[in-house]
Design a protein around this ligand. Structure first.
Ligand SMILES: *[C@@H]1O[C@H](CO)[C@@H](O)[C@H](O)[C@H]1NC(C)=O
Ligand SMILES: *[C@@H]1O[C@H](CO)[C@@H](O)[C@H](O)[C@H]1NC(C)=O
Ligand SMILES: *[C@@H]1O[C@H](CO)[C@@H](O)[C@H](O)[C@H]1NC(C)=O
Length: 912
């Protein structure tokens, strides 16, 4: 409404992209003719093999992609491609060695690749290979994990997303548990709709089989399925019988594992103090959800529990100075206190935790278990802010008497700090993902620690060696203690177990557990599972301890973890898997992303462009081969955006030019692809340009480029502001930005797309929420990319290239004199009429280059005539922040109203 007319007049000398080529038609030229997922769980150790067989049905070679999601907790242990009878195995190497190989390949211009990204529970494994005409390829991926008992059950999560309906799809799960399976349930979105009929569960005493053989037709009929086939999870939950309170020891091939989860002991009354961050950053949904979770948690306390509540920002408030019994009256009072919690102020973690420790220390109670739970969403910014000193203070105050659990809310927390502080104090850190279910996550965590059964647990193994962790502060109902090790000289006869722990103040001992020796019916493919289980657990624990250690000890343990990772071919944070492809010397490297977000090591590994001539295969077949997400079709008449294949194969950031014979540059390719849409070639013309660079800034200056007109226009918007930058109601797209308070640029830019996709960019990180999972990138990490249906994100060092549907925006991170700020540059927008926002400056420019303004000659002060309106203008400088080189140019500064045909308030939002 506003902008249409306004924009029409500011006409840029835009290259019109002629519609010379036909829209790319999607062909079904890749056939996934079989897709198998086989999972074998033996004594909680799960080994899953995914096998996908794909045929290139095209009469020319093309790139075929394999992409699967695996649980974060798992280690990949094998990857193999078989093409024309030849196999190509991934080899796990030390990270440095792999990196060298990778860099060498890159410097020779010989492509390398990324393979991973992170969601809440899943990681992405992705690779591709060029397959000759009418040839086939088999991909096979194996990963392993030890299932962890939580709230009384184990969960085996299997994701299936073959990207098209598959004629021969089979999922086979076999669970073998010696003590017997007490219950088993199959859930997940793949168990909905017609698909539910494809699931068959067979149970014997100690075994369970779950098969899932959906027909091609059924694969399009579930809650999360569509014409691209299935896309979802099966979640198999089960528990084992626990007749023997001493637990269960299994021995096999010189290794043992001890599962200890007694249920014959009474619960221990607990003293729990909740330390709740109410700093300003908790504003909005986070604080609402925290209140909600606390109210529910309070209702769950037992009457013989004692509890305390502390809220903190830069000030510390306690509900009551002392711990109080969870009586009805006290709980009612506490709930009133919780309802009044409001966000404000800074974050004094040090004083808050020390106050909590003091509260527990002043009330020693025999036969109870004490627990501190800290919930925070940010770094310490008030009081003591030195992380080392906070940790030292907390450690000294707690003195290992009880555990501290840290819950990190959202992505701005220093999760490494919280992890370290928890581990140092016998607890664990947990991430609470900022999402609609955050209150349930909080409550879920509380439930896990709600019923302490034992304290100070020590497990001893005579005749055992190379043991995993054997001392635990607390054992909670519904969890399980697992210890694995080697049996010295494999002499099972002299091997004994003993557990000493404290139950309600008195010591308890469990001795001589019954052992299950060398189970003969373990499937051959899982023969050495116990040894692998031991290796898995050892590596996990060694890696976890890394944050606690220093110097030689740290180095030694890291070496040990590396040694085991290499021996068992686990892709861990210390190793990478190198995949050499049939194309001569082409190398890809898969890395395990590190959990924890704000870490110097990027959570998502880099991706480098392929060296292959991006347009070598005629017809741009890279764009539309279909095992990758074909993506939802764009608006009518627009080719669908299958994004990543296109972007990826095209080499979207600079590679040695020599490696790109015939490389037409990104623009050319994109034009060919989006030929129907107007596009702004970004090196020459810009829609919107920015600001001045004085120390204290009062406004952001936006430039309206006018290449047809030699002198551009610009306008100012006073700070601070939250602006509607670009909105397209037709494609459910919006981009809003929050300015810095007293400095130029934006501190945060948020995209919303479709109903539930959200991209949040600040000066530290970039977070994409696809409705289910989060992916995080850090500015300055290795170049990387992420694509899901209709959305493509490409991160170069200081540029985040965002495509959502047919809108493409690049967010630039500018750093100057220690300041960092964001600036958006619209690279492409539909010529649709539903566009709104400050950045809608080119609307329909169908070659009708109307004059945008006239300079009125002969007046005293410079005057322009814009849309039949005369306005005073001044000749000013503006820095073009839509380019990394930030050139300063001159522009006619005119009032906002004149060019935008509306008040600034028409373009502001209250929430990003
Ligand atoms: C996986 O299961 C399928 C179907 O039951 C079977 O044919 C295949 O041999 C199994 N593959 C492996 C690697 O176990
Ligand atoms: C592939 O088939 C098309 C027609 O279906 C034909 O035009 C083209 O020349 C063929 N390409 C090759 C490499 O044989
Ligand atoms: C532990 O949890 C189980 C259910 O998972 C329950 O039946 C049992 O009563 C609980 N034990 C205590 C002491 O609360």
């Amino acid at each position: 409404m506003m902008d249409r007319a306004a924009l029409r007049l500011i006409l840029l000398g835009v290259f019109l992209i002629s519609a010379s080529s036909q829209p790319v038609k999607k062909k079904q030229d890749v056939d996934i003719y079989s897709f198998y997922i086989n999972s074998t769980v033996t004594s909680r150790y799960a080994t899953t093999v995914i096998t996908s067989r794909v045929a290139n049905t095209l009469n020319e070679s093309q790139e075929i992609q394999f992409e699967v999601k695996i649980p974060k907790t798992a280690f990949i242990s094998k990857f193999r491609m078989t093409i024309e009878g030849k196999t190509y195995d991934g080899v796990v190497k030390g990270k440095q060695e792999a990196q060298q190989q990778y860099s060498k390949a890159v410097s020779r211009g010989q492509s390398a690749g990324l393979i991973k990204s992170v969601g809440r529970t899943l990681e992405d494994f992705k690779t591709s290979v060029t397959v000759a005409a009418f040839s086939k390829v088999t991909f096979e991926l194996t990963y392993e994990e030890l299932l962890k008992r939580r709230l009384g059950k184990y969960e085996l999560l299997i994701n299936a997303q073959p990207m098209q309906p598959v004629a021969d799809f089979k999922m086979d799960v076999h669970i073998q548990e010696k003590p017997g399976i007490s219950f088993l349930e199959v859930k997940g979105d793949l168990s909905t709709g017609d698909l539910a009929n494809a699931i068959k569960t067979t149970r014997a005493d100690k075994d369970a089989w779950v098969t899932f053989y959906p027909t091609r037709d059924q694969q399009t009929k579930c809650k999360s399925c569509g014409e691209n086939g299935m896309n979802g999870d099966l979640l198999i939950t089960y528990d084992v019988e626990r007749q023997n309170p001493k637990g269960e020891v299994m021995v096999s091939n010189g290794y043992f594992v001890h599962y200890f989860a007694p249920s014959d002991v009474p619960r221990i009354p607990k003293n729990v103090v909740f330390i709740i961050d109410r700093s300003g950053s908790m504003h909005g949904r986070k604080i609402d959800q925290t209140r909600l979770a606390l109210l529910r948690i309070l209702s769950d306390l037992d009457e013989d529990d004692h509890f305390g509540l502390i809220t903190f920002d830069s000030d510390i408030d306690t509900w009551k100075r002392e711990l109080l019994k969870a009586t009805k009256q006290n709980l009612e009072n506490a709930k009133s206190f919780v309802k009044e919690i409001r966000d404000r102020g800074a974050t004094d973690i040090n004083s808050a935790v020390l106050a909590g420790v003091g509260m527990i220390n002043r009330h020693p109670r025999e036969g109870t278990a004490s627990i501190l739970i800290l919930l925070t969403d940010g770094d310490p910014t008030s009081g003591e802010t030195n992380i080392e000193r906070i940790m030292a203070n907390v450690k000294e105050a707690i003195g290992l008497k009880f555990p501290l659990y840290c819950l990190g809310f959202g992505h701005d927390v220093n999760f490494d700090f919280l992890t370290k502080m928890s581990l140092e104090n016998g607890g664990v850190a947990r991430r609470i993902y900022e999402d609609s279910d955050a209150d349930l996550q909080l409550q879920g965590f509380y439930e896990e620690v709600a019923v302490p059964l034992l304290t100070d647990i020590h497990l001893k193994y005579t005749g055992g060696t190379n043991l995993t962790k054997t001392s635990f502060t607390l054992y909670f109902n519904g969890s399980e203690i697992v210890v694995s090790g080697q049996i010295t000289d494999n002499s099972v006869e002299s091997f004994t177990t003993e557990v000493i722990a404290v139950s309600k103040g008195s010591s308890v001992t469990y001795q001589d557990t019954v052992m299950i020796k060398d189970p003969s019916d373990v499937p051959p493919e899982n023969e050495d599972f116990m040894q692998r289980l031991w290796a898995y657990l050892t590596v996990k624990q060694l890696l976890e301890r890394q944050v606690l250690l220093k110097g030689q000890e740290k180095e030694d343990e890291e070496k040990e973890a590396l040694k085991l990772s290499l021996k068992y071919q686990f892709v861990t944070p210390l190793t990478s898997m190198v995949v050499t492809k049939p194309q001569k010397d082409e190398v890809e490297v898969a890395d395990k992303p590190k959990e924890g977000g704000e870490d110097p090591r990027p959570p998502v590994m880099g991706f480098r462009p392929s060296s292959r001539n991006p347009i070598a295969s005629p017809g741009f077949s890279q764009y539309h081969f279909s095992p990758g997400q074909p993506g939802p079709p764009g608006p009518p008449g627009q080719p669908g955006l299958s994004g990543e294949h296109g972007w990826r194969s095209l080499g979207s950031w600079p590679a040695p030019p020599a490696a790109h014979p015939g490389f037409h540059g990104f623009d050319g390719i994109v034009m060919a692809r989006y030929h129907q849409m107007p596009m702004i070639p970004w090196e020459s013309d810009e829609t919107v340009l920015p600001t001045m660079s004085v120390p204290t800034v009062r406004s952001n200056r936006f430039l309206l480029s006018a290449a047809g007109q030699s002198k551009p226009l610009c306008f100012d918007i006073p700070l601070p502001h939250k602006l509607k930058l670009l909105q397209d109601s037709a494609s459910e797209f919006s981009m809003n930005g929050e300015s810095m308070t007293r400095r130029k640029g934006f501190s945060q830019i948020v995209f919303h797309y479709k109903t539930n996709r959200r991209l949040t960019i600040n000066t530290r990180s970039i977070r994409y929420h696809d409705g289910q999972n989060d992916v995080v990138f850090l500015w300055g990490q290795e170049p990387t990319q992420h694509s899901t249906e209709g959305v493509s994100l490409i991160l170069r060092s200081n540029e985040m290239d965002v495509t959502m549907g047919n809108i493409r925006v690049v967010i630039l991170l500018h750093k100057k004199n220690g300041d960092a700020f964001l600036w958006p540059a619209v690279r492409q927008q539909p010529k649709d009429v539903s566009l709104m926002g400050i950045l809608v400056t080119v609307d329909n420019f169908e070659g009708k280059a109307e004059a945008s303004y006239e300079e009125i000659q002969g007046s005293q002060t410079p005057t322009l005539k814009i849309m039949d309106q005369e306005v005073k203008a001044s000749w000013e400088d503006v820095t073009d922040y839509t380019l990394l080189s930030t050139p300063v140019i001159r522009c006619w500064l005119v009032p906002f109203r004149t060019v935008m045909q509306g008040d600034i308030s028409d373009f502001t939002v209250t929430q990003l």
